[in-house]
Design a protein around this ligand. Structure first.
Ligand SMILES: [Zn+2]
Length: 455
């Protein structure tokens, strides 16, 4: 497996080697959804791309703790609940459930833990208390608490937006007549009788948006961790605010070693939602396209690139995926020993992973894959080494379709081969077969009866 992976960080604006704080352990946090409506296309893109990234890092030998928050209290949630005459809790639960199911439908299965904001009220209160103690935050007359940006000299270092004028983004920053600075943001909103609120040491109210992330990550990871991810439009003001909060409270910098942001999704002039109904929810998309097409589409585009999303682009993805399907169906025979192709397959494998090792360059890696398929298609058939290579790719991409019976039969043969090697004390060989099985995403258990496994 790869020893070294390089990634781009929005903070350094450079591609550098991924070095976690501790050994091969990566603490990875990605901003999750606000659960007030059906998840849409943008969620599908962001979370499928991060799902792939986390799976690839795990495949490469990193132990990734992948944490995603769920914003389950927010103005939109409160308003929608009111409109439907249900409680905010009912509404948030309903859409959290839908979100989790939609992610499962897209095979986005890498998340280690979903963290609900309202399960971290104590951590939020503790963080705000420390800000008040340090004189970083202040209270206004209705009881709401704001962070005073003038107290944090590093504000703007992620977005580079230090020269912001008041009018540039004022609409995106909490309003409030008594704010000391125009860009000060809300940490704690006081609530009136009848509104959702928590009765805490800092008053009766509810958390602002930015504070939930740093409270959750401080509780789960500590004041500093490895990677923070999210869609590119969250850089300002959301991620800038997170840095401001956590670094000023803890006195430790940087908050994270790497900032990973996924690129914009452009739907251009194609009015998909208007001409085709509410096409942009994940459910509507999945009604028209197999999850494999969507995964292929999102993963084959580089995660940092802006994606042009329209029917033509999806059809193109579908056609490309068909080429892989047809190759597997027509040419790949796992029982055939393709020793003659070994060198070519090893070369393709090496090039494929070399591309991914530099900021997960999927367009380049997929070009290698299609070139390989083109060459193999000229032959009468491809054998077990090709089968293994494709299975390996699929263990972190999850968009290929194999004949399940054929796959099981092949894994079974590897397990038997490994047991035979162990019986004859050829441990080098048994380890080599184990590594091949692991690389294909097969979990292995050594038992008295020999090698047991799970796909
Ligand atoms: Zn967030």
């Amino acid at each position: 497996m790869n020893n070294s992976i390089k990634i781009y960080s929005t903070m350094s604006r450079q591609v550098t080697e991924l070095v976690p704080m501790t050994d091969k352990k990566i603490k990875f946090f990605v901003c999750g959804p606000t659960v007030y409506d059906f998840p849409h296309l943008g969620h599908a893109k962001t979370y499928t791309q991060f799902d792939f990234i986390v799976k690839y890092l795990r495949w490469s030998g990193f132990d990734v703790n992948y944490l995603v928050n769920i914003t389950d209290i927010d103005d939109k949630i409160i308003q929608r609940a009111k409109d439907r005459n249900i409680t905010w809790r009912q509404l948030a639960d309903e859409f959290e459930d839908i979100y989790v199911k939609d992610m499962a439908a897209l095979h986005n299965t890498a998340v280690s833990k979903y963290a609900r904001a309202t399960d971290y009220i104590d951590s939020i209160v503790s963080q705000v208390e420390r800000m008040l103690d340090k004189g970083l935050a202040y209270r206004v007359s209705d009881g709401s608490i704001y962070f005073e940006i003038a107290k944090f000299g590093d504000y703007g270092k992620l977005s580079g937006r230090t020269e912001l004028k008041e009018n540039d983004a004022v609409s995106r920053i909490d309003s409030g007549d008594e704010k000391k600075g125009w860009n000060d943001f809300c940490l704690w909103k006081s609530s009136k009788e009848g509104e959702p609120r928590w009765d805490t040491a800092i008053g009766k109210g509810r958390p602002g948006w930015h504070i939930e992330d740093t409270a959750i990550t401080e509780a789960e990871f500590g004041a500093q961790y490895d990677i923070h991810g999210g869609a590119i439009d969250l850089i300002f003001p959301h991620h800038e605010a997170e840095i401001t909060q956590m670094e000023s409270v803890s006195g430790k910098a940087p908050l994270v070693r790497y900032w990973m942001h996924t690129g914009f999704l452009n739907t251009g002039s194609v009015k998909m939602s208007k001409s085709l109904g509410n096409f942009q929810t994940i459910r509507d998309l999945l009604a028209r396209y197999d999850y494999r097409v969507l995964r292929f589409f999102f993963i084959s585009n580089h995660y940092r690139a802006a994606i042009e999303f329209n029917d033509a682009a999806l059809e193109q993805a579908k056609n490309s995926l068909n080429r892989i399907d047809e190759f597997i169906f027509n040419k790949v025979d796992a029982s055939f020993d393709d020793i003659a192709d070994e060198a070519a397959i090893n070369e393709a494998k090496a090039k494929f992973h070399e591309a991914l090792a530099v900021d997960l360059n999927t367009p380049q890696a997929f070009a290698v894959l299609f070139e390989f398929i083109r060459a193999q298609n000229m032959k009468e058939k491809s054998g077990r080494r090709t089968f293994e290579f494709l299975n390996q790719i699929n263990s972190f991409c999850d968009f290929m379709k194999f004949d399940q019976a054929k796959s099981n039969e092949f894994i079974e043969s590897l397990a038997k081969e490994r047991d035979a090697a162990r019986a004859s004390k050829d441990f080098a060989k048994s380890d080599e077969i184990r590594d091949r099985m692991l690389a294909m995403g097969v979990k292995i258990y050594d038992t008295k009866e020999g090698t047991k496994y799970r796909m």
